[in-house]
Every structure is written in structure tokens, then in C-alpha cells.
Design a protein around this ligand. Structure first.
Ligand SMILES: Cc1cc2nc3c(=O)[nH]c(=O)nc-3n(C[C@H](O)[C@H](O)[C@H](O)COP(=O)(O)OP(=O)(O)OC[C@H]3O[C@@H](n4cnc5c(N)ncnc54)[C@H](O)[C@@H]3O)c2cc1C
Ligand SMILES: *[C@@H]1O[C@H](CO)[C@@H](O)[C@H](O)[C@H]1NC(C)=O
Length: 533
């Protein structure tokens, strides 16, 4: 059925990929974006606006450019590996222009509600109410892709902090924080040690009189800059490691990782040591944090027991005078436009592979970018979109309700076993595993065995190199002729922005001896043949 009309809610990175995927499959997307521009979270604005994501001025990606790209549109080779938000915006604008996406977006149009159309059970259509210029209008769509993001509704657990009402200083959520200038010479406590908490503590400590970083459970700190100075995700997120992690027992991986992180600085001495093991909870990026702890600008503290008018009292009975509290306590997931309808999402927000609510009679509603990959969002969302549009078109089918529920329960069990019981972890997936799972649905997972036979050079890079998004454009629907080239040149694109002072006669830092490569390749072909039987 050509020309199905699809509503895309939001023009952030997920929405842009959704529009592109619709166009690729010959569907007609209309994207509604409540603000006046693309980019979502990545578009820095001086002012916050309720219900919209907001970032601080210095936000720099924690996923590297080769791992963060759309699968058929690599970042320019001169872009740095970790990208300031303005660079991501530049890339998004190039992407939108290249694929001519903007003409499908209606700006300043807020989706107020999404309801099943009266004959939903036979057509699968939706009634979408959109508010623009103060007027509400209702339109009917054959499918809806929800790309409204995860970071618009700050979570501020004030009830867990007795005395906060008495506190005379200022308190804010990290969502409101923009830049450090206003906090000059203040005594500041940052509550929470996720990526934002660690970032803000470091940034504020450049100007503050003192920064305290309070954490209930501690965290493992890992770095953007990994061994030999390479981007962490390009070294760790490989197919080779993904297989190793299945062969090795979890405790060994934990021990390896924790030892490695403790070699850089001892987490116990630095007051960061968590109770949980490395793999049970998302680690925090903190390239700079140990430098600021060792210079005393950031002091680690346990959980706050209560606030007084001018101070914080911690669980170890210490007391510190403070002027400002920054709650880096995360966000809650919310879909205000679906609120009225409990038929769409159950109380646990069950979704088949984190995309399709299972209990709908027709699979015409997809949630894009709700999953929290340990890895980049752009390629994950994009692959979800490519799958969703094929399901909308009837080219791929979903299992029965009971089949989907069984899969959801299985995943929940696995998560409960592997991760702490934390709401943020309930949608956590390992990057390579999840990408391969969705790719298998579409038929775009690279067939390694055949690549090893016909294109060993490419196969080696696919297997040992970073699992970059281009791998999912090598074969099957949506195949891109540039994919092979993009994979074989990815290391050059990683090196390019670093080589701003070129030395003569240097050696490529990646060189693995040829004999070792051949031995690994032989071993691999053996494993693959074996596992295919
Ligand atoms: C500080 C920070 C750093 C991060 N760093 C990284 C990183 O390095 N790498 C990475 O991969 N991910 C990172 N993330 C995750 C980030 O969420 C994703 O990269 C990405 O921004 C998600 O895009 P999205 O399109 O799903 O949502 P968003 O970027 O939030 O976009 C959603 C869009 O939907 C619009 N919208 C919402 N509701 C409606 C409605 N009712 N009607 C119309 N429009 C609506 C919003 O205006 C917005 O434009 C980071 C997140 C944070 C908070
Ligand atoms: C990057 O930071 C965001 C925001 O804190 C987080 O949601 C995401 O999981 C981080 N990415 C990785 C790979 O840890």
C-alpha cells in the first residue's frame, strides 16, 4: 500500500531518522515539532521551556562520531571524535538538507493527543490532534512514530530530602543549568553522579568556592579517551568483544573492568566505589573528575540526610555550609499526549523490543528512541525506524500478543538479573546485541560468514573493528552502496581530526601483526561455521 500517511512526533535525532526511513520505504511522513527548529535535545537554547529538553552550554557527546552517525551518512572526516553539541547540530542540519527532510516537518506544532480512530480495529488508523498558532486541528494517520525523547521531564525527588523547604539558598535541577558564570564563589552541592552530575561538578568547580558531589551508591567512572587515546566506544563496542562477553563468565568481565578502572585511580580511596559490580549499572563518564577530586575542587560526599536553612547534613553526620543545590537526579519518562488512553500502554509501559506496544490490534504505533542503549542513540533509533516502517507496510510481521509478551517477560527477567532495580536500567540494552536483534528482524544484519569468504578485509574490520552503523547498510533492504567504503575508511576518519601536527615516519597505532590476524580469522571461520550448523 503506497502512500500511507505517517505522523512523526518530534524532530530530534530520532524524528529525523524516522522521516528518512518513511521516505526510504515510500511512506508519506508528516513530522510535528513543537519548537521552531530541528535537533531536539542537541539544540542549545539560552532559555528553558517546560516540556522541552534542555542542555548546558558545554555538553559534549559521550559517544564518538563513528559510532554516533546515521548509517548512511558518516560525519565529515575533519569533525572531532567527541562532538560539542553545536557540532552535532551542524551534522543534523547537513543530514536534513542532504535527504531533504525539512519540508516534511511542521514547526511550532504540538501534538496534544493521539487516539485510536473509531474503526481502528480494521484500519489501524490514528486520530492525532495538533495545536498550532493557538488552534487545535485533528488529522487521521495510518501510523504514528513517537520520537518525543526522554529528557523533557526533570525528576526532582524533593520528598527524599527532608528540610529542603527550609533551605534558604537556591536549588535547581540540572535541566535548568546552562553555564557556570552565575555560580562564581558559591558553595555548591551536586546531588547525583550520573553523567550530568559528574559533568556539572567538574564544570562548576572551575568557578565555585567549593563543590561537593553527593552520591547514594557511588559509580564506576570510565573515560571517553580509552587505551592509546582512542574513543572508548570504538575500542569496546566490537563484535569480537560482544562474543567474548558471552563466552566469559560475568564475574570475570566485572573483575577485568573494575581492575582496569581502578588502575587509573582507586575508586575506594576516591570515595566513588559503588556496592554494585561494573556491569550491573551504567558507568559514568568522567574523564576530568579524578583530576578535580585530587586537586580538592570536588569533594565526594555520601547521601544527604537532610537540609537545613544553610547547610547539608550527610549520612555520615558531617555537615557542610552550602549556597546552591544542583539536583542531577535524572528524568521521568512521560507521554502527555497518550495520557488519556490506558489501552495503548499498560502500567509497566510494555513494548515489544522497546518499540511496539503489544496489546494493539494493529501494529501501527511505534516508539522510537525510548530504549537506553549503552551506546549511541542516533543509529539505534534509526534502525528501530527502519524496522517500524516495514512493519507498518506489512513487509515484516510481529508475533502474536502472547509471543510478544513472552519475549517482554524474558527480557525483563534478564534485566532484573543483570542490572540494579533502577527505572533507568529497565530499558537498558547492550549496543551490539540490540542492533543485531533489530537488524535480524529487517534482514540487514551482516552475514559475517559470507564476508569472511568473499571479502575478508571487510570481514576483519566488521568483526574486530568498531561495530559502526554502516554495517547495517551492507545488505538487505535499504542497502547503501557506500557502506563498504565507509567501514574501510572509518579509522582514517577517527585519525584525521587528531593529526593536526603531523610527524614524519610514525607508525599506524592500530597495526596487528599479519600472522595474528590470519590466525584469528581462521579461528573465526571455524567458530562461525560451527555456530551456523
Ligand atoms: C546531557 C545529555 C547528553 C547526552 N549525550 C549523548 C551522546 O553523547 N550520545 C548519544 O547517543 N546520546 C546522548 N544523549 C541521549 C539523547 O537523548 C539522544 O542523543 C537524543 O537527543 C535523543 O533524541 P530524540 O530525538 O529521541 O529526543 P529529543 O532530542 O528529546 O527530541 C524530541 C523532540 O520532540 C519534540 N516534542 C516532544 N513532545 C512533542 C509533542 N507533543 N509535539 C511535538 N513535538 C514534540 C521536542 O520538542 C524535541 O524537539 C544525551 C542526553 C543528555 C541529556
Ligand atoms: C551519554 O549520556 C547520556 C546522558 O546522561 C546517557 O543517557 C547515555 O547513556 C550516555 N551514553 C553512554 C554510552 O553511556
Amino acid at each position: 500500500m503506497p502512500g500511507k500517511r505517517i505522523a512523526v512526533i518530534g524532530a530530534g535525532v530520532s524524528g529525523l531518522g524516522a522521516i528518512k526511513s518513511c521516505l526510504e520505504e515510500g511512506l508519506e511522513p508528516t513530522c510535528f515539532e513543537r519548537s521552531n527548529d530541528i535537533g531536539g535535545l542537541w539544540r542549545y537554547e539560552e532559555k528553558t521551556e517546560g516540556g522541552r529538553p534542555s542542555i548546558y552550554k558545554s555538553v559534549t557527546s559521550n559517544t564518538s562520531k563513528e559510532m554516533t552517525a546515521y548509517s548512511d551518512y558518516p560525519f565529515p572526516d575533519h569533525f572531532p571524535n567527541y562532538l560539542h553539541n553545536s557540532k552535532i547540530m551542524e551534522y543534523l542540519r547537513m543530514y536534513a538538507k542532504h535527504f531533504d527532510l525539512v519540508k516534511h516537518i511542521q514547526f511550532l506544532s504540538k501534538v496534544c493527543s493521539v487516539r485510536k480512530h473509531s474503526d481502528f480495529s480494521c484500519t489501524g488508523q490514528w486520530e492525532v490532534v495538533v495545536e498550532a498558532e493557538g488552534k487545535q486541528e485533528s488529522c487521521v494517520f495510518d501510523g504514528v512514530m513517537v520520537c518525543s525523547g526522554l529528557y523533557a521531564h526533570p525528576f526532582l525527588p524533593l520528598q527524599s530530602f527532608p528540610g529542603i523547604k527550609k533551605f534558604k539558598g537556591q536549588y535547581i535541577h540540572s535541566w535548568e543549568y546552562k553555564c557556570p558564570e552565575k555560580f562564581r564563589e558559591k558553595k555548591i552541592i551536586v546531588v547525583g553522579i550520573g553523567n550530568s552530575g559528574a559533568d556539572l561538578a567538574v564544570e562548576l568547580s572551575h568557578v565555585a568556592a567549593q563543590v561537593f558531589l553527593s552520591t547514594r551508591r557511588g559509580t564506576w567512572i570510565w573515560n571517553r579517551v580509552w587505551d592509546h587515546g582512542m574513543p572508548m566506544d570504538t575500542i569496546l563496542f566490537t563484535r569480537f568483544n560482544s562474543i567474548l562477553s558471552k563466552l566469559y563468565p560475568t564475574f570475570l568481565i566485572n573483575r577485568w573492568a573494575e581492575n582496569k578502572l581502578n588502575v587509573r585511580f582507586n575508586h575506594e580511596i576516591y570515595g566513588l566505589q559503588p556496592q554494585h559490580r561494573f556491569l550491573s549499572h551504567q558507568a559514568t563518564f568522567g574523564d576530568d573528575l579524578p583530576n578535580h577530586i585530587i586537586s580538592g575542587k570536588v569533594l565526594m560526599k555520601p547521601n544527604v540526610r537532610e537540609f537545613t536553612e544553610t547547610s547539608a547534613i550527610f549520612e555520615d553526620d558531617t555537615k557542610e555550609d552550602i549556597d546552591v543545590i544542583v539536583f542531577a537526579t535524572g528524568y521521568s519518562l512521560s507521554f502527555p499526549f497518550l495520557e488519556s488512553d490506558s489501552e495503548i500502554l499498560d502500567s509497566q509501559r510494555s513494548m515489544f523490543k522497546f518499540v511496539f506496544p503489544p496489546q494493539l490490534e494493529k501494529p501501527t504505533l511505534a516508539f522510537i528512541g525510548i530504549v537506553q542503549p549503552v551506546g549511541a542513540t542516533i543509529p539505534t533509533s534509526e534502525l528501530q525506524s527502519r524496522w517500524a516502517v516495514r512493519v507498518f507496510k506489512g513487509l515484516n510481521n510481529l508475533p502474536s500478543l502472547s509471543g510478544m509478551m513472552a519475549d517482554i517477560r524474558k527480557k525483563r527477567k534478564k534485566l532484573a538479573k543483570e542490572f540494579l532495580n533502577n527505572p533507568r536500567d529497565s530499558r537498558r540494552v547492550q549496543y551490539v546485541d540490540y542492533m543485531d536483534e533489530i537488524a535480524s528482524e529487517i534482514g540487514v544484519k551482516p552475514n559475517l560468514l559470507s564476508f569472511f569468504l568473499w571479502d575478508p578485509k571487510l570481514a576483519m574490520e566488521i568483526f574486530f573493528g568498531p561495530c559502526t552503523p554502516y554495517q547495517y547498510r551492507l545488505q538487505g533492504p535499504g542497502k547503501w552502496a557506500g557502506a563498504r567504503g565507509a567501514i574501510l575508511t572509518q579509522r582514517a576518519r577517527i585519525m584525521k581530526p587528531l593529526r593536526t601536527r603531523i610527524l614524519t615516519c610514525d607508525q599506524p597505532p592500530f597495526s596487528v601483526p599479519f600472522w595474528l590476524k590470519s590466525a584469528c580469522a581462521a579461528f573465526l571461520v571455524f567458530v562461525l561455521i560451527f555456530s551456523h550448523r
